[in-house]
Design a binder for this molecule. Structure first.
Ligand code: ADP
Length: 686
């Protein structure tokens, strides 16, 4: 006995220490207690029951059974009953199955009987569990064991309570973690939605401090500028952010801005996108609280499409108004500019036929008829030019030609007129640009000169007219200067508009339809150049036009095409209209050529086959039997180098191009002008 008692007495404190050490790991604690006590007391079975209070209800459950294999076999219902019954006892007790101890022994009997210990686990008045030690083999230690277990029960009660609290806490932590996870998920979703809502919004959104610093900008706003980050936006200078006009408006708005908390300011701005496009935006600005400070929230809507549509509509409206104005001006003009020369032709024609006139008078009236006819033809050809230019159907034929030669030809053409008007006519060529060949449409340039020299002649009564050119590195300048009355600076703005004249009074001194400068401007622009007037009242005028220079200097070629016409060369005239044919025949005969005239294409081909002496063909394009295009094609089959000059009445838009395609080398418009015809011929027969 003496050496048995210390065993348990020593072991119990050791057990308590181990139990306390394990409180850090409560899950394994129950099985440690039951196994250690079973070992110490040599019991068959040890059961640890936990008692929990949940409000008025109390619950029991098996915390641990040793040996664990017995756990399945235990009737928990009975254990529960036993535990309920145990509430009347507060001290460890030994239970003998042979003694009736208030039903305890009876209840314990279902666990297999034997001497057992019944240990309520309490601290203060709080019951936390029950320890059942069934069928103890070492009965000799029972007394000391009871004493030790009494000591142990308080500790066990606390440890179980602790265990229970820990478990509750663990469950709570898990529940709370799950809750937090859920709210975190919700928060993340809502943040993601909000982010999308801002960045995928069709509206640009920006937050600006009162000092003008941008502290937030959504993706749509950045895209409007063609950039991708707030930093990029901050790096844009104010001049990159706005177009110059918008910047001006921005400054004005800033000075008068007085935003009240609930008021919304609306305006539009135009910005420079980084790729150079201009973007138009509708803007709304309002004060809002952002991070607790009042800032501006600015909302932008891209209205570029709308603005462009409006611009197009306005342009279309202006065009419609302009075309209406042109129509009215045309109707007013046509009656004057066609009636007047027609009256001249008809009136004087009649006089010449009916009256008994001497030769001098006849020549005078004939001159009037000729002048009127020329004026009529010029007017009609102006109308045709406008219609081609305005409708965008004017063809341009680019080719290399010598500038000197062109100007010399033009000079020769107008010299007689200046002489008869007693005005000095000067030609000034840039000596540094001698032999310069440029690529442009020489016929269109001639047309511009016709209008400019025509005006100079019309308005200049004394002094001189000078035509000329100057070559610059990238451009070539042509000019017509006169010492006429000059053009008022105020009128110069309108001088290039269709149907405008400085003097619009009915009694104006000079004839004209107000088309010359407009046609010139349109032609020059079609050739990629620009035209300008330098003039002052009473100081004369200079009209100059500059064309882009695509040149090649050709010193070796002598481009002078004017000169003496070679004599007695045979020219074939193909013309179905008898009078036209006769007229050309007469011109050529006077210039020293031999001619053959035929009246359709087929005869022209036959003549070329039969007569090898034909050195040049003047080919009317519109003819019966075989037209000029077809005839040219057929002649080309056997006479590759025979010069063929097309004569056209200007009936089709791309006639010139077609004529050249068919094989013509030159092209002249009817009515045929003597000087031009001879010039063209001399180019080929030199
Ligand atoms: P118009 O057929 O009336 O000459 P233009 O378009 O050629 O039409 O010229 C328009 C107007 O410009 C003329 O009516 C005239 O008032 C003025 N103008 C043009 N060229 C000259 C010039 N060399 N000297 C003075 N006025 C000119």
């Amino acid at each position: 006995m003496k050496n048995q008692e210390p065993t348990i007495n020593f072991l119990i404190p050791d057990l308590i220490k181990n139990i306390l050490d394990r409180t850090e790991n409560p899950s394994g604690l129950g099985s440690y207690i039951t196994s250690r006590i079973r070992e110490l007391l040599g019991a068959r079975l040890v059961i640890l029951i936990q008692h929990t209070e949940d409000g008025p209800e109390s619950h029991h459950h098996l915390l641990s059974v040793n040996p664990t294999s017995q756990k399945e076999k235990i009737d928990f219902h009975r254990i529960d009953k036993l535990a309920v019954l145990s509430h009347q006892y507060h001290q460890p007790m030994m239970v003998d199955q042979n003694e009736n101890q208030g039903g305890l022994s009876e209840l314990l009997a279902f666990l297999g009987g034997g001497t057992s210990l019944f240990v309520p686990l309490e601290y203060g008045n709080t019951r936390t569990g029950l320890l059942l030690i069934i069928d103890i083999a070492e009965l000799t230690q029972l007394g000391s064991a009871l004493v030790s277990l009494n000591t142990l029960s308080g500790v066990l009660a606390l440890v179980i309570r602790n265990n229970q609290l820990h478990k509750t806490l663990e469950t709570k932590v898990l529940e709370r973690t799950a809750e937090l996870k859920e709210s975190l998920e919700l928060l993340r979703n809502s943040e993601e939605n909000f982010h999308r809502f801002l960045n995928e919004s069709p509206l640009g959104i920006r937050i600006v401090t009162k000092e003008g610093e941008t502290i937030y900008a959504n993706a749509t706003f950045l895209k409007m500028y063609g950039i991708s980050s707030l930093e990029d936006f901050k790096n844009l200078s104010i001049f990159q952010r706005y177009t110059p006009e918008s910047y001006q408006q921005h400054l004005e708005r800033k000075t008068r801005r007085k935003i009240k908390p609930d008021s919304i300011e609306g305006y539009t701005v135009s910005i420079n996108r980084t790729n150079g496009e201009i973007v138009h935006l509708d803007v709304l600005r309002k004060e809002i609280l952002w991070n607790g400070i009042y800032q501006y929230q600015v909302i932008y809507q891209d209205i570029t499409d709308r603005v462009q549509m409006l611009e197009k509509l306005t342009e279309a409206k202006m065009k419609a108004e302009e075309s209406n104005r042109l129509k009215t001006a045309f109707m007013n003009n046509i009656s004057h500019e066609i009636r007047t020369p027609l009256n001249g032709i008809l009136g004087f024609g009649e006089i010449i036929v009916n009256e008994e006139l001497d030769q001098k008078e006849k020549e005078h009236y004939l001159a009037v008829v000729n002048e009127s006819s020329e004026r009529l033809i010029n007017t009609i050809s102006d109308y045709m030019d406008i219609s081609l230019l305005v409708s965008g159907n004017q063809e341009v034929y680019l080719g290399y030609f010598s500038v000197d030669t062109l100007l010399e030809e033009i000079y020769e053409l107008y010299k007689p007129k200046c002489d008869s008007a007693k005005i000095d006519f000067l030609l000034t060529l840039d000596t540094l640009a001698q032999g310069l060949m440029i690529k442009s449409d020489s016929e269109l340039i001639r047309k511009v000169f016709r209008h400019l020299i025509g005006n100079a002649l019309k308005f200049t009564t004394t002094g001189e007219i000078e035509i000329g050119m100057r070559a610059y590195p990238l451009e070539i300048e042509f000019f017509v200067r006169d010492t006429g009355p000059g053009i008022h600076p105020e009128y110069q703005k309108f001088a290039f508009d269709f149907f405008t004249q400085e003097d619009v009074s009915a009694s104006r001194e000079h004839e004209g339809s107000g088309l010359g400068l407009a046609i010139s401007k349109n032609i020059v622009e079609l050739l990629g150049g620009h035209i300008e007037i330098e003039s002052n009242k009473d100081k004369g005028s200079t009209v100059r036009f500059l064309l882009p220079l695509e040149s090649t200097r050709n010193e070796a070629v002598d481009n002078k095409t004017t000169g003496n016409l070679p004599g007695k060369k045979l020219i074939l005239i193909v013309e179905d209209e008898t009078y036209n044919g006769k007229y050309i025949e007469l011109l050529l005969k006077n210039a020293g050529f031999d001619t053959i005239t035929v009246d359709n294409g087929l005869k022209a081909v036959e003549t070329c086959v039969q007569n090898e002496k034909v050195e040049l063909v003047l080919m009317d394009l519109k003819m019966p039997v075989l037209n000029g295009f077809e005839a040219t094609k057929q002649i080309r089959v056997f006479r590759h180098n025979l010069p063929i000059i097309a004569l056209s009445a200007y009936s089709q838009i791309n006639e010139k191009e077609q004529a050249f395609k068919a094989g013509c080398n030159g092209y002249l418009l009817k009515p045929i002008k003597k000087e031009l015809l001879l010039l063209k011929i001399s180019q080929f027969l030199n």
